[in-house]
Design a protein around this ligand. Structure first.
Ligand code: ADP
Ligand code: ZN
Length: 209
């Protein structure tokens, strides 16, 4: 099963992906997580993208496409994958079509108000990447991940100015992919405004799993 998770920042793509990885046994590929790991390592890629990401802008297509192409050539994804956060532009979608054939594109449907509410309380584990929320889903101990003991922090791009920018970028550059994939008959819409267990149920129904 080769899936794309499409939706605005904060729609819960990453959170649902963790559940679907368990369900389908295919890996999650999150371009955002790959970039954040590169930033933490201070690798050349990380140094190149840090400022762009913190400002809420998109990394250039060429860099992003090359990264995904390389990742999709690895053995563990030959049975399937969940692409979380890629493609984010039409150019990325067209490039992807040349090296991999996706089965379904899951569109996370959620209003802007829901997105802002979620992003502005999001807390992320530095070690395992689990997403908590300052109001809806707090870690049991302040600042410490329940699952791996890692440090829980606020991403630089979850600060209010960057959130605004990311929503704009989504609207201008990524939302056109909804029509793009709908026309290709690959799009499946799911209501993403509820809690994650409910979203998982919606997901299974929509994909007849
Ligand atoms: P979210 O879904 O919460 O916005 P991600 O972790 O998917 O966050 O991405 C974080 C940031 O990484 C994006 O705002 C962007 O700067 C960069 N990024 C991730 N995926 C892509 C992509 N496909 N193309 C360009 N930039 C990307
Ligand atoms: Zn953790």
């Amino acid at each position: 099963m080769k899936l794309i998770f499409l939706g605005p920042p904060g729609a819960g793509k990453g959170t649902l992906a963790v559940k679907v990885v368990e369900l389908l046994g295919v890996p999650q590929i999150s371009t955002g997580a790959i970039f954040r790991a590169a930033i933490a390592e201070k690798s050349p890629l990380g140094l190149k993208v840090k400022g762009i990401i913190d400002a809420g802008k998109l990394v250039d297509d060429e860099t992003t496409i090359a990264l995904v192409k390389e990742r999709l050539a690895m053995d563990d994804v030959q049975k399937g994958y969940i692409l979380d956060g890629f493609p984010r532009t039409i150019a990325q979608a067209e490039a992807l079509a040349e090296f991999s054939a996706v089965d379904k594109v899951v569109n996370f449907d959620i209003p802007d108000s829901g997105v802002i509410e979620r992003l502005s309380g999001r807390l992320v584990c530095r070690k395992c990447g689990f997403n908590f929320h300052a109001v809806f889903n707090k870690p049991s101990k302040d600042g410490i991940c329940d699952y791996c003991g890692g440090e829980v922090y606020v991403r630089d791009d979850d600060k209010p100015e960057a959130i605004k920018k990311r929503l704009e970028v989504y609207r201008d550059q990524t939302a056109p992919l909804i029509d793009y994939y709908r026309k290709k008959g690959l799009l499946v819409d799911i209501d993403a405004s509820s809690m994650v267990d409910k979203i998982l149920i919606n997901f299974k129904k929509a994909l007849e799993l």
